[in-house]
Design a protein around this ligand. Structure first.
Ligand code: SIN
Ligand code: MN
Length: 290
């Protein structure tokens, strides 16, 4: 799937593009059906909400689950980003966020590139998020919120929040959020939240400021996020384990467009469990040396 010049201009201006119902219900079901079994696993790659059994985020399913390995090579997700960067991509991070009914907790205001720079030493912002909804997203189940145009501000000052949720994040403080929302139009469009049926896709810039509230509704809001990085922009530090920040910079080769419906063969290197190397970090080497 290729972007039109008008879409490229819109992306440059707003920092995101929304594609409602890009995947059919039949395609989406192949993914949704695989999630409960993945979430049940007692593995490091399932991060649960604070004080709850509900999965907040599952990492790296493309390394051990066939439907997600196919999604990670889907031309509708990969090609638009290749167009924007004019370069091949590798998978920096792959996650299935739960935001489960009643239990899903907030994601504080942040830029993803803030974390990728501070933790992983990713040299520039040439990386992109592509999200696909596996459930309908509405105003009740904690939709993503964006501040349009905030990507133009580059890397903003951030604070490492280890306290609010079960997942550490570099977050942007309230005063700066107030200014950014005002600049984007205040009550008239200063915050947007794309909502739509399961199968919808959002592509958003790694510096776009975003957040989501908790899910007090009885509706799950499972979404998959591919974080795609230009190969030349690969990370320079392995402070975080490999299942969170990948270290294989091989360019992604797309499968055909019908890959969610046909059983094209895919490699599943972690299907028998996480290798010890995927849990190791450069901080372990530091500890050994100390
Ligand atoms: C994220 O920012 O990485 C996730 C936000 C969400 O799933 O609501
Ligand atoms: Mn994020």
């Amino acid at each position: 799937m290729r972007l039109t010049p008008a879409q490229q201009q819109q992306f440059d201006r707003e920092g995101y593009l929304f594609f409602p119902s890009l995947f059919t219900p039949e395609e989406t079901r192949k993914l949704t059906d695989a999630v409960p079994e993945l979430y049940e696993r007692r593995e490091a790659y399932n991060v649960r909400e604070k004080g709850s059994e509900a999965v907040r985020t599952n990492f790296a399913a493309h390394m051990y689950s066939e439907p997600f390995a196919r999604l990670a090579r889907h031309p509708r997700m990969i090609e638009p980003v290749e167009d924007l960067f004019g370069e091949q991509l590798y998978m920096h991070q792959f996650k299935i966020n739960g935001k489960m009914a009643f239990e899903g907790d907030v994601w504080q205001w942040h830029q993803d590139y803030g974390t990728w720079l501070n933790d992983d030493l990713m040299p520039t912002e040439r990386a992109m998020n592509v999200a696909i909804f596996l459930d309908d997203v509405n105003e009740f189940n904690g939709p993503l919120m964006f501040i349009p145009g905030s990507h133009k501000k580059g890397v903003l000052e951030a604070r490492h929040d280890l306290r609010t949720t079960s997942y550490p994040l570099w977050t942007v403080d309230n005063d700066l959020i107030r200014q950014l929302v005002e600049r984007a139009g205040g009550r008239q469009g200063g915050i947007v939240s794309p909502k739509g049926p399961a199968g919808s896709m959002i592509l958003f810039h790694s510096c776009l400021v975003h957040a989501s509230t908790s899910n007090l509704s009885p509706f799950n809001r499972v979404s998959v996020y591919l974080s795609l990085c230009a190969v030349s922009n690969h990370i320079r530090r392995h402070k975080r384990p490999e299942y969170i920040a990948h270290r294989d910079f091989t360019p992604i080769s797309c499968l055909p467009d019908d890959c969610l419906l046909k059983d094209y063969p895919v490699d599943l290197p972690w299907k028998d469990g996480l290798p010890a190397s995927a849990l190791q970090t450069s901080m372990d080497e530091f500890k050994l040396a100390a």
